[in-house]
Design a protein around this ligand. Structure first.
Ligand code: AMP
Ligand code: ZN
Length: 493
């Protein structure tokens, strides 16, 4: 019997504003989509918090025995500087400023994103689709929306007709806004604006001659609007209606509101049963954000190379710090908070190290079965990790009591304690230090390949003193170079 059959999970659904019993569309299976990063800069710790909240949710759903298809996209086109769908494409702008190909920008920051997530011990999603890989799907959706009369074309761009949509459906239901209020509170359209109404948003934008990221479409060369990619990728991989859609609170409006409108206009049905929104990480009481400079990069925390914290903190400690807050609460990063989390994390790890060495007795002085259920109750209550952690510290207390001879534990309870604690700490909260070894070997390969390149250049210049020196010194360090038809490879002792 799968765990989910006797653990009733409730989730806070932003769409209804209520905690609801979670019932997936297909028993035993969960489809979850989370808006991924726009890869035009290094992810800051705020971005990581949102993704970490959903990593924890993914982990718990799996732990309950669900087969989860978790789709988290990479936004590599179409995200304009301002949410209203104006301004330059963020990636194209970075490419222009740094004189790079847009796809070089995308590659660089996608690699950075993956590196950081690996350090934080994230599980990879089941599918990580990109916006540029789904242009055809996006064009198909636009055609469908145009056909159904909820969009209009203007000079090679296509806009979603919010007023028309609102006559048949309800625009604003996720964010609790009324279209009439929105209209009353917005300024008039600028004369040069092509949209019929300020609330309308772009499904497709005409590419001006200088715009480098462009694709052919029935409306001419252009690029998709940001909101559209998520509708295309979520419904493609999870179906017209799926279980969970997640993202940061700041995406609720307009991004997620527009996603609902697009999907309903296209398929006539609500795309998502449970909308989950993760709250923001703040620094000095203000939202951590790239645009304001009020942010810190994960690597700056791991190395201690920053002006905010007194010392370096490991990824597991930062993860523990994040898990100590409920994912729907605001969390403020500070030196004191991280120091306290480090203390707690070390205390937990120490107890876990000592757990297997505990001697067992005739009876237990603690109800471990009830404790286990309390841990599930915490997670079943909309993934309440702070309550879970508090409950895990009940076990830490018991471990210490048994160790000091002030309490006792039976063999069965000890086994229950070990499996439960490991399951929650490692599988659900993901609090395992990622071994530095894998990262070290990646770095080593990079350095040796660079030396191989320099040796090849030296040989091409007939500078055999240098080329031999590189080979011999590497050999002295236990790294053998082997010259073959395919080039030079290396092996280590
Ligand atoms: P972006 O790359 O700007 O599209 O953002 C990626 C994700 O990070 C989105 O889900 C945002 O909601 C989230 N995010 C941005 N800033 C913060 C923050 N300060 N705290 C938590 N999540 C954030
Ligand atoms: Zn999205």
């Amino acid at each position: 019997m799968a765990l989910y059959e006797n653990q009733q999970l409730k989730v806070y659904n932003s769409l209804t504003g209520k905690k609801e019993v979670f019932t997936p569309l297909n028993e035993g299976h969960v489809g979850m989509y989370v808006c991924g990063p726009t890869v035009y800069s290094n992810v800051h710790l705020g971005n990581c918090r949102t993704f970490m909240s959903f990593d924890m949710i993914f982990r718990y759903l799996r732990h309950l025995g669900y087969k989860v298809r978790y789709v988290r996209n990479i936004t590599d086109a179409g995200h304009l500087e301002d949410d209203a769908g104006e301004g330059e494409d963020k990636i194209a702008k970075k490419a222009r400023l740094e004189k790079l190909e847009p796809m070089e920008v995308v590659q660089r920051y996608t690699v950075d994103f993956h590196n950081i997530l690996q350090k934080f011990n994230f599980l990879p999603p089941s599918i990580e689709p990109t916006a540029t890989g789904h242009i055809i799907e996006q064009i198909e959706i636009i055609k469908e929306i145009l056909e159904k009369g909820f969009a209009y074309e203007k000079n090679g761009s296509v806009y979603f007709d919010v007023k028309k949509f609102n006559e048949a459906y309800e625009y604003g239901k996720l964010s609790g806004r009324k279209l009439e209020d929105m209209i009353a509170n917005t300024r008039e359209l600028a004369a040069q604006d092509e949209k019929n109404s300020p609330q309308d948003f772009a499904l497709w934008k005409r590419a001006e001659p200088q715009h480098i990221m462009r694709w052919p479409s029935p409306w001419g060369d252009g690029f998709p609007g940001w909101h559209l990619e998520c509708t295309a990728m979520s419904t493609k991989y999870l179906g017209d209606t799926f279980d969970i859609h997640g993202g940061g609170m700041d995406l609720k409006f307009p991004h997620h509101e527009c996603e609902i409108a697009q999907a309903e206009a296209c398929n006539g049905q609500s795309p998502v049963n449970y909308w989950l929104h993760a709250n923001m990480l703040t620094l000095n009481g203000k939202k951590m954000a790239k645009s304001t400079g009020n942010n810190i990069l994960p690597n700056e925390i791991f190395t201690g190379d920053n002006n905010i914290l007194s010392k370096p903190f490991s990824p597991a400690v930062v993860r523990f710090f994040m898990m100590q807050a409920h994912y729907t609460s605001i969390l403020d990063l500070s030196n004191d908070a991280l120091l306290a989390s480090e203390k707690g994390y070390l205390r937990l790890m120490e107890a876990m190290d000592q757990m297997s060495g505990l001697s067992t007795g005739e009876a237990s002085t603690f109800d471990y079965m009830a404790w286990r259920q309390k841990s599930y109750d915490a997670m079943n209550d909309d993934f309440n990790t702070p309550i879970l952690i508090a409950n895990l510290f009940e076990a830490v207390k018991q471990i210490n009591l048994v160790k000091e001879g002030k309490g006792s534990i039976t063999t069965e309870d000890k086994q229950l304690l070990e499996t439960t604690l490991k399951a929650f700490v490692f599988d659900v909260l993901g609090l395992e230090e990622v071994s530095e070894q894998d990262q070290d070997s990646e770095q080593l390969a990079g350095v040796v390949n660079l030396l191989i390149q320099l040796r090849n250049e030296a040989r091409a210049n007939k500078d055999f003193t240098t080329s031999d020196k590189i080979r011999d010194e590497l050999a002295g360090l236990g790294i053998q170079l082997k010259d073959g038809k395919e080039g030079t490879t290396f092996s280590t002792r």
